[in-house]
Design a protein around this ligand. Structure first.
Ligand code: NAP
Ligand code: ZN
Length: 409
């Protein structure tokens, strides 16, 4: 029996389906009775979440709550509007932001939560007014799926800074129906064509997915601060974003140093093209680097002592924090003033710039170092990311959603 849901419940509660209805809703979900539902851990059946606005049913993998493991569920996608593209998701990267949001580490999230914003898919249908894409095209979707399109930031191709609120790919209010958005850990998505990225022919699709967040987030500050040949660039934290930052800075012929907390990553940093890698806990090594760097990109997911990194910047240098979103503390105003040093933040990049990084990387064969996994390995992958054990991006093969038997271990 289907539980009924009041409008006021939309997006907050899930509706349980009978086993027969689940099988009907999830074409190809042959193992449905065996699945562990993420939305209702006590239930044996996947849940349907009407928050997506219907009527396109989609299989997904998501979290029922901040402490729940991710598991299979069914969701609804909005109908394909005149400017929308329907895509079949092929690959989706796992970003550390997925973990922050799924676990409500930044703010209280909506559940079920379907993360994923490094999405590669194939267009299966287009709305009647879509001009830029056609059925069969390989496309990408990154961290945003909508914005007002009229504010000064949107008009300047900075939809990520929309003054009326960017609609992020998941756990964000959907402008079209008022529910909240579901991300790319799913088999289908409906996205406005303005937020769809062209993937050039010949791209390695799974390894290109991480460019849609990790790539653009590190490319954008390099564009803004005009990283150029011979400049000294430091990358703090060698994970998904960090390893892309190294590759992108090396592509500009910058002189790259990695600051890591993991001795086992020192050799990897050199293989990625860095000149050196320094253990940031080694005070003597850090002292040797004082007043050397033009730009640092910090990708550490939590607040960390920043002053030792401000100290390695040279006059007018900038530390761009793209990681920690919590309270930043421990900076020495005197030292920053004396060296006219800046602390900056940066968030992803606009749609035009995202297209630019995809084209730039495809032309130069720059891609992420990935571990391709099945959906049921997501929870293990999350644990490895949190333990700084990602080398260097997990990417989910979304075809595995059709045959999954539920989460592992
Ligand atoms: P990740 O793959 O987990 O990499 C983060 C790296 O930071 C780790 O591999 C580790 O590198 C280092 N690290 C982790 N915990 C640490 C700690 N407690 N102290 C010191 N170093 C630590 O994460 P990611 O996907 O690259 O994302 C990094 C952060 O950026 C996340 O917070 C994510 O939410 C955020 N993000 C921001 C944007 C944006 O637009 N601003 C976009 C995407 C992601 P070592 O082992 O080398 O120390
Ligand atoms: Zn991300």
């Amino acid at each position: 029996m289907v539980e009924t849901m009041k409008d006021s419940d939309r997006g907050r509660r899930s509706v349980l389906l009978s086993r027969r209805e689940v099988l009907t809703a999830g074409a190809g979900l042959v193992a449905a009775p065996l699945l562990v539902s993420a939305a209702t851990e006590a239930s044996a059946a996947p849940a349907v979440v009407p928050g997506g606005g219907g009527p396109i049913s989609s299989l997904a993998y998501g979290a029922a709550g901040a402490t729940s493991p991710l598991g299979p569920l069914s969701i609804e996608r909005r109908a394909v509007g005149p400017h929308d593209v329907l895509l079949g998701v092929l690959y989706c990267g796992i970003c550390h932001s997925d973990i922050h949001i799924a676990r409500s580490e930044w703010r209280q999230g909506h559940y079920p939560c379907v993360p994923g914003h490094e999405i590669i898919g194939r267009v299966t249908k287009t709305g009647k007014d879509v001009k830029s894409f056609k059925e069969g095209d390989i496309v990408g979707v990154g961290c945003m799926v909508d914005s007002c399109g009229t504010c000064e930031n949107c008009l300047a191709d900075r939809e990520q800074n929309c003054l009326n609120g960017t609609t992020f790919t998941y756990d964000s209010t959907d402008r079209s129906h008022g529910g909240y958005t579901f991300g790319g850990y799913s088999d289908k998505m409906v996205v406005s064509e303005r937020f769809v990225i062209r993937i050039p022919p010949g791209a390695d699709l799974a390894a290109t997915a991480p460019l849609l967040c990790a790539g653009i987030t590190t490319f954008s500050p390099m564009q803004h601060w005009k990283v150029s040949a011979g400049q000294r660039v430091g990358v703090v934290g060698l994970g998904g974003l960090g390893h892309m930052a190294v590759k992108l800075a090396v592509a500009r012929r910058a002189d790259v140093t990695v600051f890591t907390t993991s001795p086992s990553k020192v050799n990897d940093a050199i293989k990625l093209g860095a000149r050196e890698a320094v253990l940031s806990s080694d005070v003597a090594e850090m002292k040797k680097l004082v007043n050397r760097f033009d730009l640092l990109i910090a990708t550490v997911p939590r607040a960390f002592p920043m002053q030792p990194f401000m100290d390695v910047l040279k006059l007018d240098g900038t530390l761009v924090n793209v990681g920690a979103l919590d309270q930043l503390q421990g900076l020495n105003g005197m030292a920053m003033g004396f060296g006219r040093k800046s602390l900056a933040g940066s968030m992803i990049g606009g749609i035009a710039e995202t297209q630019e990084v995809i084209d730039y990387c495809t032309a130069r064969n720059i891609k992420a170092d990935i571990e391709l996994i099945r959906v049921e390995e997501i929870n293990r992958a999350y644990a490895r990311v949190v333990n700084k054990d990602v080398r260097y991006r997990f990417v989910i093969d979304m075809a595995s959603l059709k045959t999954t038997r539920g989460p592992m271990g």
